[in-house]
Design a protein around this ligand. Structure first.
Ligand SMILES: O=C(O)C(=O)C[C@]1(C(=O)O)C=C[C@@H](O)C=C1
Length: 365
């Protein structure tokens, strides 16, 4: 015999018992989360006007819980949950305002929520320059901007701005990027135009050549702008995040159309200060070499001598118009670590120009 919901009585008794235990756990969870929020509020008062957002403390909490995670939830899920709880606790202290490359529905917006959770004022800006400007003028507390993609390389505008800006890097966010092809109605048939941000188009070029060889590719300022246009043009489709499909009333034609399955974008979090040491940090710097043979090697030698690993080395024109270059380096460690501090002092004495862009917690793998 089955009950009204079509469940056998013994199954429904077992379900009822399990759900009663889940209810009781939810009560305990809510009581504990409320207690945690009240403690965060006290921490906020104890800080007496000091900065509320502490990226190093949040990174330590995330790492500790990922390490002690008993399962069955994945490490990523545990991180997402605890970051959301910290977001809510932080908001009882003060709501954090975060500028990002808008409009809504961009991967940058996803990066904001991955780092800061959803209890933030996420401010959509027109371009990367405006994100920097928002923090520099005090309209936002932080900016989240893309700096490099694993398929398509560096975001030059971010690198240029970070050299001149008084802001410091206080965090990094690694976001797996899955591109979705979407349009108003229909499948691949009849698509004559594909919109997308230049980076998105570049990340999907082989897929597009294979599946839509005759469609025109049109680069737009953001994937959300592409979604807005595709919503109005029956023969057009756009690349972008799956979130944009729901936001702009489009249907998904094909998911995960990026050429590299591990396609990831690294974002920087910029604020008025960098972060205190968290135990597993990175330091970003930019330097200019004197125009002499072997100058770049001499600049990097102190890092090698100190046994400091470098995770990134990127050169970029110094924009002086004279074939001079700036070298961007990301190395392991915090600028306050004795070994790295000594190496940086040595580089400073050798370089034509050195700027430490900030030390910050390394993102989880
Ligand atoms: O420990 C602090 O300084 C807090 O404000 C608490 C807390 C948290 O929820 O754990 C919240 C915000 C900070 O960014 C770091 C941690």
């Amino acid at each position: 015999m089955k009950d009204q919901a079509g469940t056998r009585p013994d199954v429904s008794a077992e379900l009822g018992a399990l759900r009663a235990r889940i209810d009781s756990i939810d009560d305990t969870l809510l009581a504990l989360i409320s207690e945690r929020a009240a403690l965060a509020q006290q921490v906020g008062h104890a800080k007496q006007g000091e900065r509320i957002y502490r990226p190093e403390r949040e990174a330590q909490i995330v790492r500790r819980l990922r390490e002690s995670n008993p399962g069955p939830l994945s490490g990523e899920t545990v991180e997402r949950l605890i970051r959301e709880i910290m977001s809510a606790c932080r908001a009882v202290e003060e709501v954090t305002r975060v500028a990002y490359l808008g409009p809504a529905g961009t991967f940058s917006e996803q990066a904001v929520h991955k780092q800061f959770g959803h209890e933030v004022d996420a401010l959509a800006e027109a371009d990367i320059d405006a994100c920097f400007h928002a923090v520099e003028t005090g309209r936002a507390d932080f900016a989240v901007v893309p700096v490099e993609n694993s398929t398509d390389g560096a975001v030059g505008r971010t690198l240029d701005l970070v050299v001149a800006s008084p802001l410091s890097i206080c965090g990094e966010v690694m976001l797996p990027i899955h591109q979705t092809l979407m349009r108003k109605h229909g499948d691949l048939d009849g698509i004559r135009r594909v919109y997308g941000h230049a980076q998105s188009l570049a990340q999907c070029q082989h897929w597009l050549s294979r599946h839509l060889p005759d469609a025109e590719r049109v680069s737009v300022v953001s994937n959300s702008e592409g979604a807005r246009r595709a919503a109005a043009e029956p023969v057009a489709a756009t690349l972008g995040s799956e979130a944009a499909a729901a936001l702009y009333g489009l249907s998904v034609v094909a998911a995960r159309v990026e050429d590299e399955a591990s396609n990831t974008t690294r974002f920087l979090v910029l604020g008025a200060h960098d972060a205190a040491p968290s135990g597993r940090d990175k330091t970003s710097l930019v330097m200019g070499a004197k125009n002499q043979p072997g100058a770049v090697v001499k600049l990097l030698q102190p890092l090698a001598d100190a046994g400091v690993s470098m995770s990134k080395f990127e050169s970029r024109p110094a924009r002086s118009g004279t074939w001079e270059y700036l070298f961007f380096v990301v190395c392991e460690g915090h600028r306050k670590d004795a070994r790295l501090a000594a190496a940086l002092a040595e580089i400073d004495s050798r370089a034509a120009f050195l700027k430490i862009l900030g030390s910050y917690p390394a993102a989880s793998a």
